[in-house]
Write a protein that binds this ligand. Structure first.
Ligand code: SF4
Length: 379
């Protein structure tokens, strides 16, 4: 009897490659911890995302290949893993994406890949796919391209010219932590220098100013602390003008259980997801609330509290700052009040131009958030 091994078709490959893309969240995938790991029911390569205006949409998200010559210890796709490997050709990726786009099932494309031989050979496949869409099909919609660590300046510039967003994952804070996770990736050369290049290529007033740069940390893979992550995150926003920083909790079972030969005590799965959530809260405080790195309180172990959110932790450490007078306080002061977000603060500032705010009910419908704010406010 002769066995016939059939080649996987495009959809079979997409089943595998899209599932493998789920760990990369640097594509505006919803930051809600329950949502961002889900895919839609009908198309398994469609992921929910949050748009820049806060609206929801869906992204066609896949790897072009899960073949990888790298050795990142946290990654289920690293070379040493015995998994089913396959690759898509740029033409078939573009075609299947356009089918979905024309049916209005997706808003845009997120394209990443394992390292197929060399960084530039991989970048070429990503860039060619984007070029087919842009030049051959006149696609003007959203494309997010992954930048492969170690890619040449020319390959990076081409990706920046084709994409709306590019991302190179920083993975972990600092050279020492990265050395625990990979013997092949070089922190400065392969990650930081390319990020700086993207930052200069996309600076305001430059040719590609409309292209955004994002990145992602893997939380809990290198034994790093939240304080280290926050320090690097702050630097990415301040110095490199990063558009967004994302976080992905390291999930036990996907990678190593020892780093640099030492057994690692992995955090309880719930703890690492809470860490991820707290880091997103800090990210919001830095980007939207005027907090600085020095305003963030850490526990003795360098991590954020698992039980108190970082804004309330700051308020508890600064009793002299409260109560804040609703009728006279600046926007900055109101944004320091636990329970008040930018939208509520804007409403307060508008309402008080017309009349005095005499009680919490004048601020809005009292739910859990305003109940929390009440004790920090004076009327
Ligand atoms: S480069 Fe590292 S993180 Fe990316 S696919 Fe390869 S092993 Fe995984």
């Amino acid at each position: 009897m002769v066995g016939v091994v059939s080649k996987p078709d495009t959809h079979e490959k997409l089943e595998v490659l899209s599932a493998d893309a789920q760990y990369d969240l640097a594509c505006a995938c919803s930051c809600n911890k329950d949502e961002h790991r889900q895919r839609s029911g009908d198309g398994k390569w469609i992921y929910p995302i949050t748009l820049p205006n806060g609206g929801k949409s869906t992204l066609f998200k896949t790897l072009i290949s899960n073949v990888c010559t790298n050795d990142c210890k946290y990654c289920p796709l690293r070379e040493q893993m015995d998994i089913y490997r396959c690759s898509l050709r740029p033409e078939e990726t573009a075609k299947v994406f356009l089918d979905y786009y024309r049916q209005r099932k997706v808003f845009g494309l997120f394209l990443s890949s394992g390292v197929l031989g060399s960084a530039d050979a991989t970048m070429d496949k990503l860039n060619v796919t984007a070029k087919i869409l842009r030049k051959k099909h006149g696609f003007r919609g959203y494309i997010h391209l992954k930048i492969i660590p170690g890619a040449s300046d020319a390959a990076i510039e081409e990706a920046v010219s084709l994409a709306n967003t590019v991302s190179l994952n920083i993975e972990t804070p600092g050279e020492t932590n990265l050395a625990k996770l990979s013997e092949k990736k070089k922190y400065i050369e392969d990650i930081i220098e390319p990020m700086k290049l993207i930052s200069s290529l996309t600076a305001p007033g430059s040719r590609y100013a409309r292209t955004k740069q994002t990145t992602q940390f893997i939380v809990g893979a290198a034994g790093e602390s939240d304080a280290e992550i926050v320090k690097y995150m702050y630097g990415l926003y301040e110095r490199l003008k990063m558009h967004r920083v994302y976080f992905s909790a390291y999930q036990k079972g996907l990678g190593h259980e020892s780093i640099a030969g030492e057994q690692v005590t992995l955090e309880r799965p719930t703890d690492v997801f809470v860490r991820e959530h707290r880091l997103y809260q800090v990210d919001f405080l830095l980007r939207k609330y005027g907090f600085a790195e020095s305003d963030i309180a850490f526990r003795k172990n360098g991590n954020l509290s698992l039980t108190v959110d970082p804004k309330e932790a700051w308020a508890l450490m600064h009793p002299e700052f409260f109560p804040v007078n609703v009728d006279r306080a600046t926007r900055f002061s109101l944004l320091r009040v636990p329970g008040l977000g930018p939208v509520t603060v804007k409403q307060i500032l508008e309402r008080r131009k017309k009349r005095r705010i005499r009680c919490i009910e004048d601020v809005g419908k009292v739910g859990a958030r305003l109940e929390k704010a009440r004790k920090y406010l004076a009327f």
